[in-house]
Design a protein around this ligand. Structure first.
Ligand code: SF4
Length: 417
C-alpha cells in the first residue's frame, strides 16, 4: 500500500484495505475508519497477503511466538512451527529468532506463511554484536530499518522506560524483578553505556521509518509482573503512562500503535480491573496481553493456565493475546506444543469474544451438528477438527463410544418426536 493508512483514515479517504478488513470482521467500513483514525484499531499489512485489524469492536486476535534460540536453532523446525501456528489459527506470528541464520529464517517464514509477521529487532542486534557494549544506537536503528525493508508487518521496541524507572524498579520489593527479554536487553545496554533508552531518544526517527511502510509499532511491556505476587507497581504505571504518550506521538507521525501491557502473571481477581485501567490510560488503544498467567504453579500446563487468564483478559477488553505453550518457563516449544498453545489461545479469544459480544454463531453451529450426530460437521466446526477426529470413536452406530446405544440425545429424540 502506497499511502499512509492512518493519515488516510484520519482524512476520511476511501482505502481498499479498510473495506477488506471491515468485510472480514463483519463491521461497517465507516466504523472501522473511525476506529483506525482514533488509534483504537491498528491494521497489520503484508504485501499481497490479507490484512488484519486489531482493536476495539473487532474479534480478539492471537499471536504465536516462534523462533530459534541460542541453544536450539533448526531452521526447518521453526518454519514448520510458523506453518502449524497459522494452520491452527494464529492471527499473527512473531519471529524471535536468536540462533542460526536469522535473516534466512525470517525470509523463509515470510515466504511460507500469510499471517502478519512481527519481530523484535534488538534480539538480532544483540546476537550480531556479541555484547551489549559493542552495540551503538545507530546499530539498533539500522536493524529496525532492515526488518522493515524485508516486509514485516510490525516491530516491538521497549521505548517506554528510562533510567529513572530502572532506579525505581531497583527499589521495589518484587520477587521476579524484570522478566521481559527485550526490556532486559534494552536496560542492559542503558546501564552499561549510561545513556538513555535509545528507542525513546530516537523515537521520531524510528517512527519515520515505520510510517513510510505502514509498519505497526508495538510498544513493549518491560515492567510486566513475573509472578502473581508481584503487583501493579510504580514502574508498571510509569511505563504505561510513557507508552500512552509515545503512542500519541507515533500517531501524529502516521504510525499505528499497539500497546503491550498488563500481561505476564496476574492474580485472576485483578485481571478485569487491570485491563480496564490500561485501556483507559492508553486512550483505548489496542491492548496486547501476554497470557496472562493467573497462577504460577501450572508449570507444564501453562497453555491451560494462560487460556484461563487470556479468557478473562479478553472478556474485559484486551484485544490481542500472546499465546503461551506447555513449555513456557521450561524450554523452547516444539511443533506439537506450538499447536497446543495456539488452540488454547483460540479458545481464550473465543470465550473473550463471547463475553464481549454475546454467544457466537460458531457454537450454535457446532451444537446443531452435535444434536444431529453429524460428526463431520462437528469436526469442521471445531477449533481443532484434527484433534476431534483423532479422538472420536464409535462402533457401527451413529452414536459415539461414550454411551453407545444409551446415547441420551438419541433416546430423547425417539421419545420426544
Ligand atoms: S453417545 Fe453420549 S457422548 Fe456420544 S453423542 Fe450420544 S450422548 Fe453424546
Amino acid at each position: 500500500m502506497d499511502k499512509n493508512l492512518l493519515t488516510a483514515a484520519i482524512a476520511g479517504e476511501e482505502v481498499p484495505v479498510i473495506d477488506e478488513v471491515a468485510k472480514t470482521e463483519g463491521v461497517k467500513p465507516d466504523f472501522l475508519r473511525r476506529q483506525i483514525a482514533s488509534g483504537r484499531v491498528a491494521v497489520m499489512l503484508r504485501d499481497g497477503k490479507p490484512s488484519l485489524g486489531i482493536g476495539e469492536g473487532l474479534k480478539t486476535k492471537i499471536n504465536a511466538n516462534i523462533g530459534t534460540s541460542a541453544a536450539v536453532f533448526d531452521q526447518d523446525i521453526e518454519v514448520e512451527k510458523a506453518r502449524i501456528a497459522e494452520k491452527y489459527g494464529a492471527d499473527t506470528i512473531t519471529d524471535l529468532s536468536m540462533g542460526g541464520n536469522i535473516d534466512e529464517i525470517r525470509q523463509r517464514i515470510l515466504e511460507e506463511t500469510t499471517a502478519p509477521l512481527t519481530t523484535v529487532p534488538i534480539y538480532q542486534t544483540v546476537v550480531e554484536a556479541g555484547s551489549f557494549k559493542a552495540i551503538t544506537e545507530q546499530d539498533l536503528i539500522r536493524m529496525i530499518k532492515k526488518h522493515v525493508s524485508m516486509g514485516i508487518s510490525s516491530i516491538v521496541v521497549h521505548a517506554g522506560f528510562t533510567h529513572k524507572m530502572l532506579e525505581k524498579l531497583r527499589n521495589t520489593k518484587r520477587i521476579m524483578g524484570m522478566v521481559s527479554k527485550g526490556g532486559s536487553f534494552t536496560s542492559a545496554w542503558m546501564l552499561q553505556s549510561g545513556k538513555e533508552n535509545p528507542f525513546w531518544s530516537h523515537f521520531d526517527e524510528i517512527c519515520e521509518a515505520l510510517s513510510r511502510k505502514n509498519v505497526v509499532l508495538s510498544l513493549g511491556n518491560t515492567m510486566r509482573s513475573g509472578c502473581i505476587h508481584d503487583h501493579m507497581d510504580g514502574p508498571q504505571e510509569m511505563e504505561m503512562d510513557m507508552n500512552a504518550k509515545l503512542a500519541r506521538r507515533a500517531n501524529e507521525l502516521g504510525v499505528q500503535v499497539i500497546i503491550e501491557g498488563m500481561g505476564g502473571h496476574v492474580s485472576p481477581e485483578k485481571i478485569p480491573a487491570y485491563v480496564a485501567h490500561y485501556k483507559k490510560k492508553t486512550d483505548h488503544r489496542p491492548l496486547f496481553v501476554a497470557g496472562p498467567l493467573p497462577l504460577d504453579i501450572g508449570v507444564g500446563y501453562d497453555h491451560i493456565s494462560g487460556c484461563v487468564g487470556g479468557s478473562l483478559a479478553a472478556g474485559a477488553g484486551a484485544d490481542y493475546l500472546c499465546y503461551i505453550t506447555p513449555s513456557e518457563h521450561l524450554a523452547l516449544p516444539n511443533v506439537a506444543q506450538v499447536r497446543e498453545g495456539v488452540v488454547a489461545f483460540k479458545i481464550a479469544a473465543h470465550i473473550g469474544d463471547t463475553l464481549k459480544y454475546g454467544p457466537r454463531p460458531e457454537d450454535e453451529n457446532l451444537a446443531r451438528c452435535r444434536r444431529a450426530r453429524d460428526w463431520e460437521g462437528q469436526f469442521i466446526a471445531a477449533l481443532d477438527g484434527d484433534r476431534a477426529r483423532e479422538i472420536h470413536h464409535r462402533d457401527k452406530a451413529e452414536t459415539c463410544s461414550m454411551c453407545g446405544k444409551y446415547c441420551a440425545i438419541l433416546i430423547m429424540e425417539s421419545y420426544l418426536k
